[in-house]
Design a protein around this ligand. Structure first.
Ligand code: HEC
Length: 200
């Protein structure tokens, strides 16, 4: 029994070592962290497969409905936020967002406002997808090396095939001014807050 626990622990240890080495990408003599999403030659991010990123680590779902914002919320939908698993493992270990961290925010409309459980906000349909990516390689000039992308197709489906980085002022500036930790709104992600609480 004891032996099998030890073998199990060694196996888990080896698996995490190989995960970390998988995340390294040698380029120009410098170790760069590999990103979770693919890019085309122009540096645009390719639309990821939903069945893939929905298995990433889920960190929280903020919602800013229209009817709590004078009928006109800036982002009137649910935001399901996922973090790539290699970066999550690193965050758990160090409390930091590693170079290469990718956060995806899936936009879901506010659907029904009543259920057998009571009145509330219930998720409707998938309407968009955005990303926040920290990359010293691709975003060397962006504050914190973070850049922001969207495949959202003005409320229509399907989503766009590729997404290019927004200018700094469009996205990064607000994240810089108001996000709790390294441009990420961890104040609204209880799963990441729980890790930070453990570290303190
Ligand atoms: C006015 C401020 C503001 C602007 C401008 C803004 N965001 Fe955000 N963003 C937020 C807030 C607040 C959250 C967390 C709560 C939420 O999602 O409602 C967030 C969360 C995110 C997340 C999830 C990861 C994270 O960093 O917390 C992504 C991805 C994202 N935004 C993408 C974008 C993109 C793309 C743009 C530009 C088109 C943008 N944001 C512009 C305020 C902003």
């Amino acid at each position: 029994m004891k032996n099998s626990i030890i073998i199990g622990l060694v196996a888990v240890g080896m698996a995490s070592i190989s995960l970390v080495s998988f995340a390294q990408d040698k380029e120009g003599g410098k170790e760069m962290m590999k990103e979770a999403l693919k890019r085309n030659d122009a540096g645009e991010l390719l639309l990821p497969d939903a069945n893939d990123y929905r298995t990433w680590v889920y960190v929280g779902t903020p919602v800013t409905p229209n009817d709590m914002n004078n009928g006109k919320a800036a982002f009137p939908e649910f935001h399901n936020v996922y973090m790539d698993p290699v970066s999550f493992a690193h965050y758990k270990e160090t409390g930091e967002f590693r170079d290469g961290t990718t956060l995806l925010k899936e936009l879901v409309s506010v659907g029904s406002k009543a259920a057998v459980s009571g009145n509330g906000y219930f998720m409707g349909d998938f309407i968009g997808l955005e990303a926040a990516v920290k990359s010293s390689k691709h975003h060397a000039d962006e504050p914190g090396n973070w850049a922001y992308y969207s495949w959202t197709n003005e409320g229509k489906q399907p989503l766009k095939d590729t997404a290019k980085a927004f200018p700094t002022a469009a996205c990064n500036a607000c994240h810089d001014a108001s996000a709790a930790e390294d441009y990420v709104f961890t104040q609204y992600y209880p799963i990441l807050r729980a890790i930070m609480a453990e570290k303190k």
